[in-house]
Write a protein that binds this ligand. Structure first.
Ligand code: PMP
Length: 419
């Protein structure tokens, strides 16, 4: 695709209307209209989400699952309806398989502590990849330290794609668990998790998908990915911070011991022992993040109303445009797959030997918010032989005009640093 053939206006979304839904976008930063390109870290919230949280606290708030009074009924209904909304968005038919968490990190730790502690023994192997986020590395490191299991890693190729040629050798009868990011937050690479899950199952391993970056960007039908677990964060998909979920196959969740003990997760408690509530409450101890769930439910409604396929088409178009325009900037190295359809949401880059923090500071002066650093992927940065990258990341309200502003500012940054 060339610039002459690539329409600059996305055919998929009414961008003006979408942007009007996000109050925070309508402001100047450092004297320039804000361009928010830090969506892989966290996304902005539409008025529908902000209003749903406000409405709950103004009219319907009380603790859930306990009271017999009207407000507790209303809060419980809003909370459980939200579970249904998010489950439906992700294709999850059985709401018992949907556990509220405070995000991807908590979901992955839940698996490591409960499934891991019950199933992993000394000498077992856990397969991860060098591109994984610290949230999908450290919980397994801790599990390996507690149990004597061994961690193994898929490498990447020169374009930042998983090197699957080693997969058959890495998967053996010792492999008990495979956990891979669906989309890399540092490179944008979309990983073939369904293919990996099939191979993991063939050796009897359980497959975990870190869905932090795919739940927001791809029209994922979670159960049909063929995995056993899928963890995601609400704040990366227009929902509030501290909201998120973990999907697990019912028979796997049923067989797992609970995570946290406390109120709500029990059936019958005696002084010395207890029996546990049915799924999903068995994994939801204590007063939950009620407003977070309600807000994420509103976010799910919002994303469904815009259309998951339309968001994907819009972002694909934007990625193609961004990759093409960024290639115009001399001295820039772009990481990740060259094919725009093989990546999602993220463009990571370095400019000569300028530290990415300095690039981000110049861009901030132009009103453009990007991330610079290791993106919680220190092993990946070492693998790429860079201390850090600058990262522009998109969402449904991003447009080609944002990319144009980024490119203009990168030209300015080159001039500042004497390129
Ligand atoms: N995995 C990936 C791929 C991520 O991008 C992130 C967030 N940057 C996480 C896990 C952790 O998500 P959270 O901090 O919301 O728990």
């Amino acid at each position: 695709m060339t610039l002459s053939t690539l329409e600059t206006a996305s055919p998929a979304l009414d961008l003006e209307r979408i942007r009007a839904d996000f109050p925070i976008l309508d402001q100047e930063v450092n004297g320039h209209p804000l361009v928010y390109l830090d969506n892989a870290a966290s996304t902005q919230k539409p008025a529908a989400v902000i209003d749903a949280i406000g409405h709950l606290y103004r009219h319907d708030y009380a603790n859930v699952h306990r009271g017999v009074h009207e407000l507790s009924h209303r809060a419980t209904e809003a909370y459980e309806q939200a579970r249904g909304k998010v489950a439906r968005l992700l294709g999850i038919g059985d709401e018992g398989e949907f556990v509220w968490t405070k995000g991807t990190t908590e979901g992955l730790n839940l698996i490591a502590y409960t499934w891991g502690q019950a199933n992993i023994r000394a000498g077992d192997e856990i397969l991860l990849s060098v591109m994984d986020h610290h949230s999908n590395l450290v919980p397994w490191q801790l599990l390996a330290q507690r149990t004597g299991a061994k961690l193994r890693f898929l490498d990447i190729d020169g374009e930042g794609r998983l090197d699957l040629s080693a997969l058959d050798d890495l998967l053996t009868e010792r492999t008990k668990l495979v956990s891979i990011a669906h989309i890399s937050n540092a490179l944008g690479t979309i990983n073939p998790v369904t293919e990996i899950a099939a191979k993991a199952h063939a050796v009897g391993a359980v497959m975990v998908v870190d869905g932090a970056q795919s739940a927001p960007h791809l029209p994922v039908d979670v159960p049909s990915l063929g995995a056993d677990f899928y963890a995601f964060s609400g704040h990366k998909m227009c929902g509030p911070t501290g909201s998120g979920g973990l999907w697990g196959r019912r028979e796997v969740l049923e067989a797992m011991p609970p995570f946290h003990g406390g109120g709500d997760m029990i059936d019958f408690v005696e002084l010395e022992s207890s029996t546990y509530a049915p799924l999903p409450l068995k994994f939801e101890a204590g007063t939950p993040n009620i407003a977070g769930a309600v807000g994420l439910g509103a976010a799910a409604d919002y994303l469904a109303s815009v259309g998951r396929e339309a968001i994907l088409a819009h972002e694909r178009h934007l990625m193609a445009y961004a990759l093409e325009r960024i290639a115009e900037v001399p001295d820039l190295t772009v990481y990740g797959p060259r094919d725009p359809a093989a990546r999602s949401g993220v463009v990571s880059f370095t400019l000569g030997d300028v530290h990415p923090h300095d690039i981000a500071t110049i861009l901030d002066g132009e009103g453009i918010a990007v991330r610079a650093g290791h993106h919680c992927c220190q092993p990946l940065m070492r693998r790429l032989c860079v201390p850090a990258t600058a990262r522009a990341s998109f969402y449904l309200y991003s447009g080609t005009d944002d990319v144009d502003r980024l490119i203009d500012a990168l030209h300015k940054a080159r001039a500042v640093f004497g390129y």
